[in-house]
Write a protein that binds this ligand. Sequence first.
Ligand SMILES: [Zn+2]
Length: 468
Amino acid sequence: MTGGGVAKGGHRFHATILREYDIRGIVGETLSEADATALGRAFAVALAEEGGPSRLVCVGRDGRVSSPALEAALVKGLCESGVNVARVGLGPTPMLYFAVKELKAGGGIMVTGSHNPPQHNGFKLVLGARTLYGDDIKNLGEIAGKGRFASGQGTVEDVEVAERYVARLASDYRGKRELRVAWDAGNGAAGEIMARLARRLPGRHILLNEKIDGTFPSHHPDPTVAENLRQLQKTVIAESCDLGVAFDGDGDRIGVVDDTGAILWGDQLLVFLAEEVLAERPGATIIADVKASQVLFDEIAKAGGRPLMWRTGHSLIKAKMAEIGAPLAGEMSGHIFFADRYYGFDDALYAAVRVLGVVSRMEGRLSEARARLPQVVNTPEIRFPCADERKFAVVSEVAGRVVEAGADVETVDGVRVKCHDGWWLLRASNTQAVLVARCEAKTQEGLDRLKRDLAAQLAASGITPPAF
Ligand SMILES: [Zn+2]
C-alpha cells in the first residue's frame, strides 16, 4: 500500500512544536487537528522507509479534553496513508509502549501533553524499537512540508490491552511483608491502570486522584515539583503508610515519598533499585543522567555495578541503554527504565511495582534505609533563562575555562566539574531557552563554595547567576 500517489500540497507545523523529544503545542494556538492528520501521514512515510515489516501502528491517548479529537485526526492521517491502526484508547504512555511490543507493531504514537498545563497537548512517537527524537522529528516536519505523502487505505481496530498490561505489571511483584501504600495519579492518564494494579497487589492501598480528569482539579500531575506531592505526603503520614507513589500526567515518570513523607528524588530511588538488579546481575552497567547525585554513582560501584553517566533526556537514555544492553537506567526527573525482566522503556507503573517489592523485602523502614546512604547537601535542579542562541555557547565557554584550569571535568552533557568534596553541573536545556545547574557537596560550606564557583563562571560569560 506504500509508495502510492503523493498528495498535493504540504503541511507546515508551527515552528515551536517539533521539539527535541516530542511534538508539543498549545491546542488551538500552535497545535491543531490538521497537524495531527499531517503527522499521521508523515509518520506513515517514515514507517515505510525505515520501519520493520509491520504496517501496524498503535495509537493511545491521555485524558486531556483535546485528546479524543487529536487522536481521531491522527488515526485518519495514518489510515489514509495505508497504515493499519490499533487504537488502544485511554491510558498512560507506557501502556502504549507495551501495546507496540505486545502486538509486534511497527510503531506507536501517544497523544499526550504529559505533565503540562491542561490546554497543552502533543505526541510521543515510537518507530520500530526506538523513540523518535531530534533529527527524526525534524524529518517528519520535512516530509509534511514537502507534501511527500503516500496514499492507501488502512484498517482501524480498537484493541483492548489494559487487562494484559495490568497483569504483566502485577506479575513482576516480588514482595515479602505486606505494605500500606498511598498512590496518587494526579487525575492523569495512569489513574485507572493504577487503581486496577493496586487491587491486584497484596497489602492495603489508598488511592488518590485516580479519576482521569484532564482539567487536573486536585494538583498538577508533575511529581518532580514538591508542592504536587503534598497531598500524598499528608496521606502517607495520616494513614501510617510504608511509602507513597505518584505519577506524572502520562505515567512515564514516578515520584516516591518514604514513610515519614520525605521525598525520594529519582536518583535516590535508583540507588535502591540498582542494588536489587545488581544482586542478580553483578557487574552490570547502570545508567543515570548527568544531574544525578554522586552518591548514586558511588553506590552503584559499591554494589558491584558499573555506573555510567549519560545525557539527560528520556529518548537519549533509552537509546544508550539499548546500545550497551544496560538492565536499568534512570533520570532525576523520575523516568526509570527497566530492561531487567522488562522492555527497557520508561514505565512509572512498572517502576512502582519494583519499588514496592524492594520496600517489602527491606529490613526496617524506607526512611531508615535512606538515612544509611552517605549524606550530602545538594541543590535541586535549578533552571534559569538564557537565550537559545547563547545557551550552548555559554556552556562551552565555561567548559573551556575549567578544562584550561585543570579541573576534573565530565562533558557528556554540558559541563560537570568534580572536586574533592562535591561537584557542580551546568548544561543547556534541549527543549527551552534555559540553562540548568545543580551543585552537591559533603557539607554546607562546600556547597556554598561550589555555588560561588559556578556563579563566577556564569558571570564571566555575561550571565546573571540565578538565586541558588
Ligand atoms: Zn510524562
